[in-house]
Design a protein around this ligand. Structure first.
Ligand SMILES: NC(=O)c1ccc[n+]([C@@H]2O[C@H](COP(=O)([O-])OP(=O)(O)OC[C@H]3O[C@@H](n4cnc5c(N)ncnc54)[C@H](O)[C@@H]3O)[C@@H](O)[C@H]2O)c1
Length: 284
């Protein structure tokens, strides 16, 4: 089955990015947010982002209009009924995601695939919350989704080969390079990345070096495009903490035990770019 109509749930950083990718690569997109204003706001941001591409000469006006014409915003989960694939990208909370999958199962058609963009949570738990565990998997985009080429396709024990082949074809149609990974917390990238990010916070907390020197060291010494604190702010400190907690819960490896400073920053509401401040300040 080729995916034509894609439902995206969640109007945060990732939901918006995935919606842009899917619409730009010719898919019909239904964007669902709990609040109608948030869904409309996502479309307005997409229009703005496409407008910038037109100004830079990377897109013509007819293409921009065609992309926007393929996107529908809604606050009604029922509007996802005709989708071939639904990708949820709501808050990293297993109970919220399981309840959403159970509800979606009663809405979409019998052949539809339900996917999660979770960074770490057990996909199998979402699969068994539905009556179609063979048609549930992870389709994990990276941030920012329009710019990052990787998609991790996460295979829970329950997924069929056909489901995995269909989402692979979808990711390729989106212009991405998919890799397949078993359903283990953190998959490939976050299992390797988060001990590094967590240990960067530890170096800051124990006074080994300053924030800027740690960021500078990893850019200049490892040729990384940004330092760990800039990356944590981009990911979101709440999402980063949820990822570390899920990794620790699964493996009990001390490298995954979130450093207290990170937890305190989240309690203080310093979530990174999305809240205007995190390890760096974005208010100006
Ligand atoms: N931020 C990243 O770099 C990144 C990268 C890849 C995957 N992810 C994953 O994508 C998902 C979303 O992350 P994000 O960074 O876009 O988060 P975000 O905080 O930007 O957005 C979260 C969205 O979830 C919605 N939401 C919150 N509580 C909800 C509830 N109880 N029911 C329904 N919706 C609810 C919010 O309204 C918002 O639209 C998470 O599973 C995360 O692990 C994040």
């Amino acid at each position: 089955m080729a995916i034509q109509r894609v439902g995206i749930i969640g109007s945060g950083i990732m939901g918006s990015g995935i919606a842009e990718v899917a619409a730009r690569t010719g898919h019909e997109v239904v964007l669902r947010s709990r609040k109608r204003e948030s869904a409309d706001d996502m479309v307005a941001k997409l229009a703005k982002s496409l407008g910038k591409q037109v100004e830079k000469g990377r897109l013509d006006e007819a293409e921009r209009d065609a992309v926007l014409g393929r996107v529908t915003a809604t606050d009604d989960l029922g509007a996802l009924a005709g989708c071939d694939l639904v990708i949820e990208s709501v808050v990293e909370d297993l109970e919220v995601k399981k309840a959403l999958f159970a509800e979606l199962d009663g809405i979409v058609g019998a052949d539809a695939i339900l996917a999660t963009n979770t960074s770490t949570l057990p996909v199998v738990e979402m699969a068994v919350a539905t009556g179609r565990p063979d048609k549930v998997c992870g389709v994990h985009f990276f941030n920012p989704a329009p710019a990052m080429s990787l998609v991790e396709l996460v295979r829970p024990l329950t997924a069929s080969d056909e489901t995995m082949a269909t989402v692979r074809a979808f990711a390729e149609t989106c212009g991405k390079k998919p890799v397949e990974v078993q359903d283990r917390a953190g998959f490939i990238v976050n299992a390797l990345l988060f001990p590094y990010l967590n240990n960067a916070v530890r170096l800051l907390e124990n006074g080994t070096a300053s924030r800027d020197d740690i960021d500078e060291a990893m850019k200049g010494g490892c040729n990384f495009p940004m330092g760990p604190f800039a990356l944590l702010d981009l990911v979101g400190l709440d999402t980063s903490l949820a990822i570390l907690d899920a990794l620790y819960e699964e493996f009990r490896d001390p490298n995954y035990a979130a450093v207290p400073l990170l937890r305190r920053m989240v309690s203080a509401g310093r979530l990174g770019r999305k809240s205007g401040s995190g390890f760096h300040d974005y208010s100006r």
